[in-house]
Design a binder for this molecule. Structure first.
Ligand code: UD1
Length: 417
C-alpha cells in the first residue's frame, strides 16, 4: 500500500489543468452498451474507477482499449451477462449497467452494491424506475434480476433527486416504446452530459439539466463519439487548495458555470476568484473566514466538496457549520482531521468547526475518496509532516494529485507505506 507525505507550509502558485470528470465518464461508458459497434470517448481521466468500469464492460463481453485519454469501446459482442459482486462492491457506479443491459437485451443481472463507509446508499429508485418501464425485478442471492418482454415509456417521479437513478432511467427509456417523463430528475452537469451523449447516439431526450426530462423512445441507437466534460470536483479541490494555502492558482480547463456554488462559498471565505474564459484564477491573501455550508443537489453545494471545504474551515477565523443533506453520515474525515488538532463536533448531520490558527501534521488514514482530498488539503497547511495512508482511495477520483500539487509548489510525494 502507498501513502502520501506532505510537509505543510508552502503557498501554492501556478497553473493546473483539470482532467475529465470521473462522474461523467462512468455513465457514458455504460451507455455504450446500448448501441452495438465502436464508440469513442476522449478527455478520459486515468483513474481507478475508470479501469474498474472498463473491466466491468469487458466482463460483459465488450472490447475496450484505453490509451492517452481515449477510450475505444466495441460493444458488438456484449451479452446479457452478469455484473458480478466483486466489481460492483469496489465501485457503486457499476450499477449504471442495469438500465443499458435491460434496454438492449431485455434482461440484466447486476449485483446489489451494498453500503459504503458513510451509510446504506440504497438503489430502490433505480429498481422502481425499471419496474415503471415494464420490467419484472426480483432480488436473487444478492443480485438485482430484471427482465422485460418490452419496455414501455412511463411517467416517473423520484421522491428524492438521484443522480444514479436518473441516469439509469434515462438510458433504459431511450429504447422503450413511447414517451417517458422523469420528474424531480437530477440536474447535475454529468446527467446533462450523459443525455447529450445519448442524443448523439440517436436518442430523443429533451429537458436535460432541468428537473423534468422527457425521452421519446427510439427503435435503436448507434455508436457515437464524445469528449468528457471537465471535473468540477477536481477543480473545486484545487480552488480550495489555493485558498487554504493563501496562494494564487490558475485553474485551467474547467467549466466555471458548473462551479457557481463553490465559487460563492470560497468567495464568502475571503478568496478572490476571477474568471478568464474557461479558466479561473483563485487567490487568497489572508486566513479564510468562517462559512456555513449546506450540501444539496445541483446547483446546490456538492456533497463531493463538503470534506475539502471542511478542511478549509478548520483553519478559518471563526465557527463554521456544515449540514450534510445528501448522505447524513458522510463525516468519516472528521476523526482524522481531529488527529491533526482540528476542533470539530458532529451531531446528526451537522458538523460544527471552530477554526484554529494552525493544524498540526499527523499520521492519518484516508477513509474514502473525498475524505482523502480533505486530509491532503489540511496537510498542505499543517505544521510539520502529514502522512495520509490508504491512499488508494484518492486514485479512484484524482489523476496524480501529488504531482499536480507538487508542480504548484507543495512539498508532497508518494511512497510505499
Ligand atoms: C451522490 C451525489 C453525487 C456524487 C456521489 C458520490 C447528489 C445529489 N448526488 O450521487 O453528486 O458524485 O454521491 O459522492 O449530491 N437514493 C435513494 N435511493 C436510490 C438512489 C439514491 O434513496 O435508489 C438517495 C441517496 O441515499 C441519497 C440521494 O438519494 O440520499 C442522492 O442519491 P444519488 O444522487 O443517486 O447518489 P449518487 O449517485 O451516489
Amino acid at each position: 500500500m502507498q501513502k502520501i507525505v506532505i510537509v505543510g507550509g508552502n503557498r501554492l502558485t501556478g497553473r493546473v489543468k483539470i482532467a475529465g470528470a470521473k462522474n461523467a465518464t462512468l455513465p457514458v461508458m455504460a451507455a455504450t452498451i446500448l448501441a452495438p459497434g465502436i464508440s469513442v470517448i476522449t478527455n478520459v481521466p486515468r483513474l481507478r474507477d475508470v479501469i474498474t468500469m472498463k473491466l466491468m464492460l469487458e466482463t460483459l463481453g465488450a472490447k475496450v482499449a484505453f490509451e492517452q485519454g481515449v477510450l475505444t469501446l466495441d460493444t458488438t459482442d456484449c451479452g446479457p451477462h452478469e455484473a458480478p459482486y466483486d466489481l460492483v462492491r469496489t465501485m457503486r457506479a457499476s450499477v449504471y449497467v442495469l438500465g443499458p443491459l435491460l434496454a438492449r437485451f431485455r434482461r440484466a443481472r447486476v449485483s446489489l452494491p451494498g453500503g459504503c463507509a458513510w451509510g446504506p446508499r440504497p438503489v430502490d429508485l433505480h429498481i422502481k424506475a425499471m419496474e415503471a418501464l415494464g420490467a419484472r425485478v426480483s432480488i436473487d442471492h444478492g443480485y438485482i434480476v430484471a427482465e422485460a418482454d418490452e419496455l414501455k415509456g412511463a411517467n416517473l417521479h423520484f421522491d428524492v433527486s438521484s443522480v444514479g437513478a436518473t441516469g439509469n432511467a434515462m438510458m433504459a427509456a431511450c429504447l422503450a416504446k413511447g414517451k417517458t417523463v422523469i420528474s424531480n430528475a437530477a440536474c447535475e452537469p454529468e446527467i446533462d452530459a450523459l443525455a447529450r451523449f445519448l442524443n448523439k447516439m440517436g436518442a430523443r431526450i429533451s429537458g436535460m439539466g432541468t428537473q423534468v426530462v422527457e425521452i421519446e423512445g427510439v427503435e435503436s441507437l448507434r455508436p457515437a463519439e464524445s469528449a468528457v466534460i471537465p471535473d468540477r470536483i477536481e477543480a473545486g479541490t484545487f480552488m480550495a487548495a489555493a485558498a487554504i494555502t493563501k496562494g494564487t492558482v490558475r485553474i485551467a480547463n474547467c467549466n466555471p458555470a458548473h462551479l457557481s456554488s463553490v465559487i460563492s462559498k470560497l468567495s464568502e471565505a475571503g478568496a478572490q476568484i476571477m474568471q478568464d474564459g474557461s479558466e479561473l484564477v483563485v487567490s487568497a491573501a489572508a486566513r479564510p473566514g468562517a462559512v456555513n455550508v449546506t450540501t444539496a443537489p445541483y446547483p446546490g453545494f456538492p456533497t463531493d466538496m463538503q470534506a475539502q471545504m471542511m478542511a478549509l474551515a478548520c483553519t478559518a477565523q471563526g465557527t463554521s457549520l456544515f449540514v450534510e443533506n445528501i448522505y447524513s453520515d458522510r463525516f468519516t474525515h472528521v476523526p482524522e482531521l481531529r488527529r491533526m488538532n482540528a476542533d470539530i463536533t458532529v451531531e446528526g448531520n451537522v458538523a460544527t468547526v471552530n477554526g484554529l490558527d494552525r493544524l498540526s501534521g499527523a499520521q492519518v488514514m484516508a477513509t474514502d475518496l473525498r475524505a482523502s482530498a480533505a486530509l491532503i488539503l489540511a496537510g498542505l497547511v499543517a505544521e510539520g509532516m502529514t502522512e495520509v495512508s490508504r491512499i488508494y482511495h484518492i486514485d479512484r477520483g484524482y489523476e496524480a494529485i501529488e504531482k499536480k500539487l507538487s508542480q504548484l509548489g507543495a512539498e508532497i510525494w508518494r511512497e510505499e507505506d
